[in-house]
Design a binder for this molecule. Structure first.
Ligand SMILES: Cc1ncc(COP(=O)(O)O)c(C=O)c1O
Length: 371
């Protein structure tokens, strides 16, 4: 499959097939509910709790229309003063910074750790000395786990709310009091349903507020108190989510063994650096870092010559996107983030790769490094 012309695509999304969807679509026919927190949405929010590590029955999961919407809703639910400064890593997808702006706050772009490629509590602490930061959005870069215990301690010491952008870290990232997580269910993600997002929090108050803000801000009295949205998940997307849940445990295992296989294949190549903690990820992306520019360019041209797709995600970093220029101050230069945006590239990684394609991929990489 997909190797008719020898091309190897970076990603083929893995979503339920029509047959798997039919029983759930039939439930929609019977329920005659299509949106507005219908039964499939409500059941999914409960059922998915088993997949979020450390979440218990009294914690809260709220669905919405995308991962970006999840971030925006959670940030808005915090009800920080308009224009509050929110620390985000510069090495991330544009959505992280846009969500902060759209929620009415100012993003402050932080550098990231050279090993984990993520914003850590010790890096965040430096920015707190320079700026009046009101909240922090650490990213689970390429789906890598953020240290919840360390962030909980940081939050307790600083009283700052923490929202993990865990877009790529479904089934990996956990939460704690005042340490919330937002997941993406976009088609490209490991648990893809087309478009969708989830918010996980220990706070009932914030969960209720997020739900309200996702539906025009309307309270039971029919009044809306603050600028809000229509960011609800439809019953059709919830149908896909239920079907996805049924095969998820098997898919999760397959992604984890593929990850282990990639690590074994790449281990002999000293020039290929992997993100720390990446062995724990369950994501449909496999990033590798090559610091030497000549080796990197050689790898890229060797992959292209063999029709193997690759991509530099998060390039350029957020502080280089013009949309943010009007809001940016002088600050600590995100030097590591800039370097990662050039030195990290993602190679094909998904469950539709045949053995033949995998052999070709690793033969080509070895050739590029003269191994
Ligand atoms: C780090 C990060 N944050 C946020 C998002 C946005 O998620 P969505 O596409 O579901 O809005 C993505 C999606 O690609 C992402 O990778």
């Amino acid at each position: 499959m997909n190797d008719m012309d020898g091309a190897i695509p970076l990603l083929i999304p893995d979503l339920p097939k029509t047959d798997e969807l039919i029983p759930w679509l039939q439930q929609i026919d019977q329920n005659q509910y299509y949106s507005n927190f219908g039964p499939l949405v409500q059941q999914f929010e409960q059922a998915v709790k088993t997949e979020i590590p450390g979440i218990s029955a009294e914690h809260h999961v709220v669905s919405c229309s995308s991962g970006t919407a999840a971030l925006e809703l959670m940030l808005q639910a915090l009800a920080l003063p308009v224009g509050s400064k929110v620390l985000v890593p510069s090495y991330t997808f544009i959505a992280t910074g846009l969500a902060v702006l759209n929620a009415g706050y100012l993003p402050i772009f932080a550098d990231v750790c050279d090993k984990s490629w993520s914003l850590t509590p010790s890096i965040a602490a430096k920015y707190l000395l320079e700026d009046d930061i009101a909240a922090i959005v650490p990213v689970c870069t390429y789906g890598a786990y953020q240290d919840t215990a360390a962030w909980l301690e940081f939050s307790q010491q600083t009283s700052l709310p923490i929202i993990f952008d865990a877009a790529n870290a479904f089934a990996v990232q956990d939460i704690a009091p005042n340490v919330h997580a937002c997941f993406s269910l976009h088609a490209t993600k490991a648990f893809g349903i087309g478009e969708g997002g989830l918010i996980a929090t220990t706070s009932e108050v914030l969960a209720n507020q997020v739900r309200r803000l996702s539906s025009f801000g309307l309270s039971t009295d029919g009044l809306s108190q603050q600028p809000s949205h229509n960011y609800k998940l439809s019953e059709y997307h919830a149908a896909v989510a239920h079907a996805r849940l049924q095969t998820w445990s098997q898919k999760k295992d397959q992604l984890m063994s593929l990850n282990a296989y990639y690590r074994r294949q790449l281990a002999p190549i000293d020039a290929v650096i992997l993100q720390s903690l990446s062995q724990e990820t369950i994501s449909q992306v496999f990033p590798i870092r090559i610091n030497d520019i000549d080796q990197r360019e050689n790898l890229k041209s060797t992959l292209s010559a063999e029709n193997i797709e690759y991509r530099h995600y998060y390039a350029p970093c957020l502080h280089r996107h013009p949309v943010f220029f009007p809001y940016m101050d002088e600050g600590i230069e995100p030097i590591v983030a800039d370097h990662l945006s050039q030195s990290v590239l993602c190679i094909p990684f998904h469950l539709h790769l045949s053995d033949k394609q995998l052999n070709k991929l690793f033969r080509t990489i070895a050739k590029a490094f003269d191994i």
